[in-house]
Write a protein that binds this ligand. Structure first.
Ligand code: BG6
Length: 504
């Protein structure tokens, strides 16, 4: 997401090495995204792609598989010439990531393609692998001398969440990565930052003089962040049951939204300033005591029900989920931010599976106008002033305010003004990875996370994990699939005289 003019330049020449090349991420997202970048003229002429996977495959068979994936998963029509050009630079290397011999063969493959394609020694290592092998791969790359930057050539490593499963493991991962790489070489992806509507939060706040003067505790009553999914856990039972809604969504996607909405204005639009402002915000978020953490959160699991007319079974009946599982599929939290801007303003976060609808939004509730003026009129209440940033499925920004109903008496109704992206911009459908991959290739880290930001996020989440540990089941509520979540989540806000916006 560079601050460059709209006519962006093609990325630097580079060798793009994908670990986990036979997996889903490569086929569904990375290669289609590269193809879309090619169609937009943003790939360099000097590009080589090396896929590394465990499967025995010839480069021809690998390319044929990718061509099929492009037909199946590209979000827009694929231009055969563009796809042909991209696939022509792809080769495949079979290898186990734990085997040092793999890295020797990788070195030879890289040297071959660097000579053939003129990629100038620039290398992007994309780890489309399970997180357990992030550190081993990065250490072996370093040991083989493949990731060391020299002679003006860059070497970057891309990993995608989860970055650890708690504070301790996140620290260990950071230490291992930073033991062999410099921070500027590590690109930690959160795919939420690939969403245009999420990137636009920065622009809305800082490119308009309108909002920033009222963006603080004097005017904002509270903020609600919702990431609701209508789909159940599905085929990811094994991963999900060991992870749960909190770890899966909060320290990453929800905290990205939180930090963009609440951070201080960065002094410059560059990676260092933006990453520092985000990390500072998370650092200022209160680390709660066990007692407060228990009081300020709700965790729940879905039971059988219907969502969008589809029957959803009990979470505990999902394949690869323990029949007595106490893993949460829903979590709601109340967080406070200890800084001058936000003192006393609660941030309510919630996320869950198998809910009534898919809805990702940030609702910013402004303080109520004094009602006194309307005391002697028929008006019995005023609608709430919300600024709603719709992330998905509706990509919009809407402002809700009160207006007078035409007529001789003073009657007031809540109305809304809505900006919809689709009404103004004609964005081609995308995988959401185009901007992120392009940014890695041009060395723009604004949309990526730094080690300190990751650890600050886990520090906030850690008390909730600790509070639940050992109280297995006791703190777990239930909700019906297809509902808006557990009643306890409504009580969390009702206690403060507030209520959630509907999930619809
Ligand atoms: C992933 C989580 O990171 O994000 C999934 O592991 C979740 O459980 C997904 O479904 C949500 O992403 P999106 O883009 O569909 O909102």
């Amino acid at each position: 997401m560079s601050a460059a003019p709209a006519s962006a330049r093609p990325a630097d020449p580079c060798c793009f090495v994908i670990f986990g090349a036979s997996g889903d991420l490569t086929h569904r997202l990375l290669i289609p995204a590269l193809c879309n970048l090619g169609a937009a003229g943003l790939l360099p002429d000097a590009l080589a792609v090396i896929g590394i996977g465990r499967k025995e495959l010839s480069s021809d068979a690998f390319r044929a598989g990718l061509a099929e994936s492009l037909r199946q998963f590209a979000k827009r029509r694929i231009d055969d010439a563009v796809a042909g050009r991209l696939l022509a630079c792809v080769t495949y290397l079979q290898g186990e990531v734990e085997d040092p011999a793999t890295y020797e063969r990788l070195r030879q493959a890289i040297e071959r393609v660097e000579a053939a394609h003129g990629t100038r020694g620039n290398r992007l290592f994309y780890l489309a692998t399970p997180p357990t092998v992030f550190a081993p791969i990065v250490c072996r790359l370093a040991a083989a001398g493949l990731s060391h930057e020299q002679n003006g050539a860059w070497r970057r490593v891309v990993i995608e969440k989860p970055f650890g499963t708690d504070l301790a493991s996140a620290r260990v991962l950071n230490q291992k990565l930073l033991g062999v790489l410099s921070e500027h070489q590590i690109y930690r992806i959160d795919h939420y930052l690939g969403k245009e509507t999420v990137q636009n939060i920065l622009v809305l706040r800082f490119a308009n003089g309108l909002f920033e003067p009222i963006w603080h505790r004097d005017h904002i009553d509270h903020v609600q962040i919702t990431v609701a999914e209508s789909l159940p856990v599905g085929r990811r039972g094994r991963f999900y049951d060991a992870t749960g809604a909190l770890r899966d969504m909060v320290p990453n996607h929800l905290f990205q939204l939180l930090s963009l909405v609440a951070m201080e204005p960065p002094s410059r639009f560059d990676a260092g300033a933006v990453q520092a402002a985000k990390a500072e915000l998370l650092d200022a978020t209160q680390v709660q005591s066990t007692a407060d953490a228990l009081r300020n959160c709700v965790r729940a699991q879905y039971q059988a029900g219907y969502s969008a007319n589809h029957r959803i079974e009990d979470y505990r009946k999902t394949a690869d989920v323990r029949p007595d599982s106490s893993t949460e599929t829903y979590v709601a939290l109340k967080l406070m931010i200890d800084n001058w801007r936000w003192a006393g303003v609660p941030f309510y976060l919630r996320t869950g599976k198998a809910l009534r609808a898919q809805l990702t939004e940030v609702g910013i509730k402004f303080k109520q106008a004094p009602f006194a003026m309307f005391r002697d009129t028929p008006v019995d209440r005023l609608a709430q002033n919300f600024l709603v940033l719709g992330i998905q499925p509706d990509e919009c920004i809407s402002l809700q305010f009160n207006a007078k109903i035409p007529g001789p008496t003073v009657a007031i109704k809540g109305v809304g003004m809505t900006f919809k992206y689709e009404d103004y911009f004609d964005a081609a459908p995308s995988t959401g990875y185009e901007t992120l991959i392009y940014d890695c290739m041009i060395g723009d880290a604004i949309l990526f996370q730094r080690a300190d930001g990751i650890e600050a996020g886990w520090r906030v989440v850690q008390p909730f994990i600790k509070a639940w540990h050992g109280s297995d089941g006791q703190t777990l509520a239930t909700y019906q699939a297809g509902s808006e979540g557990p009643e306890a989540a409504d009580r969390l806000l009702a206690r403060d005289g507030r209520r959630w916006r509907p999930i619809a």
